[in-house]
Design a protein around this ligand. Structure first.
Ligand code: FRU
Length: 469
């Protein structure tokens, strides 16, 4: 009954809220955004029978983190997406306070969702159940109920199951906060998705020699890439440093070797996945043609969310574009999925000194830039990218204080690929060696202004709007 009430209210919220949301000049032209309300983590990303399914944490009733449902989009080309029936709505006794994040697998020819049922009690405490749901004949999902209660030794914060198949078993990683407030990743095994055995902690704060590393780790993902295992996770509670860990919460990865029998993960250092202002809770999937794709949330929990100007239009947050992953010298590289080239419209090229460059429209655009010296790029007066030969620095005014804030990357800059979409920029450095993903809120028809003495080779495309259907 709770579920039905929530859906009735969601229908009303959509009917009365959509005209306004669509009027927002900051609404993306081709990124995925919620029709109304709040979107956060991508969930259940999978390709099945040639069709991509992408679910997402969605509050249809408001722009706060309540009423978490799983919205559902599908696509055959990663560019054109269609709405599907809402997949999960909270309200059962085991998911009363949210159908939290999780993943999808195909079992017996059907998509199965593994998600966290979040339950809060009046005294402020909470518990979590890992739950399953199965695809039905109507494009919807039937809840199958919990398959795992809280394991002993952990707080009520155990969530975000990512499930995959390895040899003859299913495996799951979970994010957790233990009773000593240490963030952990748990590894579990099951023969049939319903009975799960906890194998142990494979990474975490005060584990594998990493010292204190946060009180909670969210949204783990584990996969093999180019011969190594990659563990993605989102540690909460890392202290900010001069040029890293500057967002409220981090998203990063370890590369290493997973021993499935011993349940141990021998890993290297933690690296942030993205050096921009907004990036969190990414999730990957393996495509039928063997690529590892990643989609992230272009937002960060509790990071000035209440100051986003889109709130006035009744919606908040977008997902990143889909990205192809590869491993080079132990470091994860991300490039825009090749399918996104379908969006490219008119092409223009230019070469010369940055100071002489024409202004380029960047409302919805892609830019390739090869510099050979210091330069500055201003994005519609609302964001700036500066390269001084050593540090690449991204600057904007903080949404709350109005004061300038910065993000950094250091290295040898050879190439930049930048995707602009109304209120977002995704910067790919040196063919994906690093990325900077950020929201920004320029005025209408923003222009790119270049300056500096550097010689630049530029290529520009306008990107064709692509509406969700
Ligand atoms: C990450 C997260 C997850 C949780 C979900 C709830 O952003 O906090 O850990 O499952 O969001 O929406």
């Amino acid at each position: 009954m709770e579920e039905l009430n929530l859906m009735k209210q969601a229908v009303q919220a959509m009917m009365s809220g959509m005209p306004k949301a669509l009027r927002d000049p900051h609404r993306p032209a081709w990124h995925l955004a919620p029709s109304v309300g709040l979107l956060n983590d991508p969930n259940g990303f999978i390709q099945h029978n040639g069709v991509y399914h992408l679910f997402y944490q969605w509050n249809p009733l408001g722009c706060d983190h309540r009423n978490k449902c799983w919205g559902h989009w599908q696509s055959t080309d990663l560019v054109h997406w269609q709405h599907q029936p809402v997949a999960l709505v909270p309200g059962a006794c085991y998911d009363s306070h949210g159908c939290y994040s999780g993943s999808a697998v195909v079992a017996d020819g059907k998509i199965m969702l593994a998600y966290t049922g979040n339950v809060k009690y009046p005294d402020g405490s909470r518990t979590a159940y890992q739950c399953l749901a199965q695809e039905n004949a109507h494009g919807g999902y039937d809840k199958l109920g919990p398959v795992l209660p809280l394991p002993p030794g952990y707080s009520g914060h155990v969530r975000d199951p990512k499930v995959w198949r390895h040899q003859d078993n299913w495996y799951m990683v979970l994010g957790a906060r233990d009773l000593q407030d240490r963030g952990k990743v748990l590894l579990l095994r099951s023969a049939e998705l319903r009975n799960w055995q906890l194998l142990g902690e494979i990474a975490g704060s005060q584990l594998n020699g990493i010292g204190d590393f946060g009180y909670m780790w969210e949204c783990p993902d584990l996969f093999t890439l180019d011969g190594a295992e990659v563990l993605i996770c989102c540690p909460q509670g890392l202290a900010a440093e001069a040029e890293r860990y500057l967002n409220v919460y981090q998203a990063g990865y370890f590369t290493g070797r997973l021993d499935y029998r011993q349940a141990t993960f021998d890993h290297q250092d933690f690296h942030e996945l993205d050096a921009g202002f907004e990036f969190y809770a990414p999730q990957t999937t393996l495509t039928e043609d063997g690529r590892r794709l990643l989609v992230g949330w272009m937002g960060v929990p509790e990071q000035d969310e209440d100051c986003h100007p889109t709130l006035q239009y009744g919606w908040i947050h977008i997902l990143t574009c889909p990205r192809e992953l590869s491993l080079h010298n132990g470091r994860l590289c991300q490039r825009p999925a090749r399918e996104l080239q379908q969006l490219r419209g008119e092409n223009r090229q230019w070469q010369g000194t940055a100071d002489d460059a024409p202004c380029w429209p960047v409302d919805s655009a892609e830019l390739l830039l090869a510099p050979n010296g210091a330069f500055n790029a201003d994005f519609g007066g609302a964001m700036a990218l500066n390269w001084d030969g050593t540090v690449l620095r991204l600057t904007r005014n903080n949404l709350r204080s109005g004061q300038p804030e910065h993000r950094y990357w250091r290295g040898e800059l050879t190439q930049l690929q930048i995707l602009f979409d109304r209120s977002s920029v995704e910067i790919f450095i040196n063919h994906g060696e690093a990325t900077m993903s950020s929201r920004y809120f320029p005025g209408p028809q923003p222009l790119l202004h270049l300056s500096g003495k550097a010689q630049l080779a530029l290529e520009h495309w306008s990107l064709t709007p692509c509406m969700l259907e």
